[in-house]
Design a protein around this ligand. Sequence first.
Ligand code: RP5
Length: 163
Amino acid sequence: MSRVAIFMGSISDEEKVRPCADILDELGIDYTFTVSSAHRTPERTAKLVEEEEASGCQVFICAAGMAAHLAGAVAAKTIRPVLGIPVSASALGGMDALLATVQMPPGFPVGTVALDKAGARNAAWMAAQILALTDEDLAAKLRDKRDAFKASVERAAEELAKR
Ligand code: RP5
């Protein structure tokens, strides 16, 4: 059973979204990773949401650029948490996707993360934190990862002080 579904609006988004999948792999979280567009394939997007819900998906992660409506279209179809990754894919540098993803009407939230790879990584961490509410093994893994982040900062500070 996949607990997370990652949808991208286009295969051209893959490079920027791949770090999301990498972190879910690192955490041992099962996920599906596919392409579906809010505009080009609206029926496929709606069908995928239904199928993912039926198979036990608990968190949706949607990445799209330009007039980025994918996360909103998914949020319209589910009450499970939807995280949105705005992708920079136009001359507007991602501001278009950021505003389209974040500005949802009340009652249909999309938890919007940062643009591109940084956002892709945090979408995975956020999805993991949501799943960890009911999964103590995963919660323990996340605490260990936090310790590792902390240790890496302390190590960097020590190394810098030696120069
Ligand atoms: C969006 O339009 C996609 O998410 C992508 O970021 C952007 C451009 O798509 P392509 O024309 O490269 O397929 O829907």
